[in-house]
Every structure is written in C-alpha cells, then in structure tokens.
Design a protein around this ligand. Structure first.
Ligand SMILES: C[S@@+](CC[C@H](N)C(=O)[O-])C[C@H]1O[C@@H](n2cnc3c(N)ncnc32)[C@H](O)[C@@H]1O
Length: 254
C-alpha cells in the first residue's frame, strides 16, 4: 500500500519533497504536478521577479511552487476553478502577495501582449493547446526571448501511427488520448511556426510509474476519488510504460 511517506523522494525530486504530500493530495487534479514542474523547470531559466503565467493552474499547487521556488510573480489562470478558491490556497501558503488568481479561458486570455517573461502549463495543454493556431496565439503574450514550458500526457507513439487508441487507454479516457502527442510531435508543431525555438522536447523517463504511485496514494487519501484513481491505476498497470508517458517541452520566443 502506498503511504504518504512514499511520496517524499528527495533523491529524484528534491524541491517537491519539501511540500506536504497531504496538502498536495488535497489539491489533486491528476498526476503529481510538482514532480512534473520540477523536472520541466530543469529546461527553463526561471529567476526571481519574473512575470510567469501558470496556464491551467487548477487548484494552485504549481503556482505556489513557482512563487516559492523561483521567486516568480505569478498569474494563476484557470477555467474550471474559482479564483477565490485558488486565492485562498495562495494566502494559506504565504504567497498571496506573489500570486494573482484569474478566471481565464485559454483562447481568450485577458492579458496585454508581451506581458510575461515565461508561460508554464502543467497537465492542461492537452485540453486546449493542440490546435495549429494555438502556439501562435499564446506566443503573443510572451516578451521577445520569453520562455514557454509545458508538461502534458503523452504517448510513446502517435495514435495516428498506431491506427487506434490502445484499448486499456481508451477504456479510461476515451478519445481524449488523441491529444496525447509524442514529444517530437510537439517539437515539430511548435518549431515549424518559426515563432519559437524549441529548447527541449522529451518524454519523462518512467512517467507512468510516477503517475501510478501518485494515483495509488490518491486512492487511499480521498475516498471520494477512489474509483477514478482505480481506473487510472488499472490503465497504468496494463500499460507498463509501453505507450503512456509525459511530454516536457520548452521553447523560447524568437
Ligand atoms: C487536470 S487539471 C490540472 C490542473 C493543474 N495544472 C495541476 O496540475 O494540478 C487541468 C486544468 O486545465 C484547465 N483548463 C482546461 N481547459 C481550459 C481552458 N480552455 N482554458 C483554461 N484552462 C483550462 C482546467 O480548468 C483544469 O484546472
């Protein structure tokens, strides 16, 4: 059985391991967002005072991390979660003066052009970011030289190449998996625009095991989410890393 202590892994995730796993599980909306962000941030240059947009910030864990770990001034933009609820998380975490919560739809962002030094998005881009015109739209909000970092569920091979969504994945997420592109798909899709230079595009090693560990902990921590987590556990166990991963992609605005 996964216990909360199993989630503290300073050898692999030193920064994330400083956060209370119970706190993070209370904000849970999918895989562990801090593990993904900590890994993603290795390919970014985040510095104190930078204006960072956390796009699809959910209940706010990644925004807290960006503020605390990198000293960023964060705008936490999300569609489903009420900004008042996210703001309460930021105040409680002691970063209320560094993080502003905003209700925003990813295609109608209420910001000035070139107003961010970096845009970060963890486990959200798959919902809104795969259309051909999305990167060009989003890049408008970055200053020249600004950075983009995105972590999203991914497949080791394109669904198009496989000719179908593998059965164990389709059983849990249905057609949504067609948005789970490979890292190389993202690299090409962004780079071809010539609006950004892709600085890294990689699949996270053993992402499925991280996700499994987290889902097992979630099933034990929140009885209400047990069946959803059990479906994910079944999917990941059947997969064993054959198809499922996470893509970590970073770029710099040209
Ligand atoms: C799986 S949750 C992840 C939240 C958070 N990043 C995390 O990892 O805990 C996906 C988030 O994407 C946001 N989202 C989905 N579609 C969106 C859209 N069209 N515009 C803005 N946010 C969107 C949802 O509001 C949701 O909070």
């Amino acid at each position: 059985m996964t216990v909360l202590n199993d989630l503290v892994r300073p050898d692999r995730y030193p920064r994330s391991s400083r956060y209370d796993p119970a706190w993070l599980l209370d904000l849970d909306m999918g895989p562990n967002p801090l593990w993904l962000l900590e890994d993603l941030a290795q390919n970014l240059d985040l510095r104190p005072g930078m204006r960072v947009l956390d796009l699809g910030s959910g209940k706010g864990a990644t925004s807290v991390f960006l503020a605390r770990e990198y000293g960023a001034e964060v705008v936490a933009a999300d569609w489903w979660i009420a900004p008042e609820d996210a703001a309460a998380v930021f105040a409680e975490a002691g970063v209320g003066d560094q993080v502003r919560a905003v209700r925003a739809e990813a295609h109608a962002l209420p910001f000035e052009e070139e107003s961010f030094d970096a845009i970060v998005s963890v486990d959200a881009f798959e919902y809104f970011g795969t259309a051909d015109g999305y990167l060009p739209y989003l890049a408008r909000f970055l200053r020249p030289g600004g950075q983009l970092g995105m972590a999203t569920p991914a497949m080791t091979r394109e669904v198009r190449q496989l000719g179908e969504i593998p059965r164990h994945i389709k059983a849990v997420v249905g057609w949504e998996a067609i948005a789970w592109h490979t890292a190389e798909w993202w690299r090409f899709h962004w780079e071809i625009t010539e609006l950004v230079e892709v600085t890294s595009a990689r699949l996270q090693p053993d992402a499925w095991q991280d996700w499994l560990l987290w889902a097992q902990a979630g099933a034990g921590h929140q009885p209400g989410s047990r069946s959803a987590n059990e479906a994910v556990i079944d999917m990941l166990t059947a997969d064993g890393g054959e198809f499922l991963s996470f893509a970590l992609v970073t770029a710099r605005k040209s």
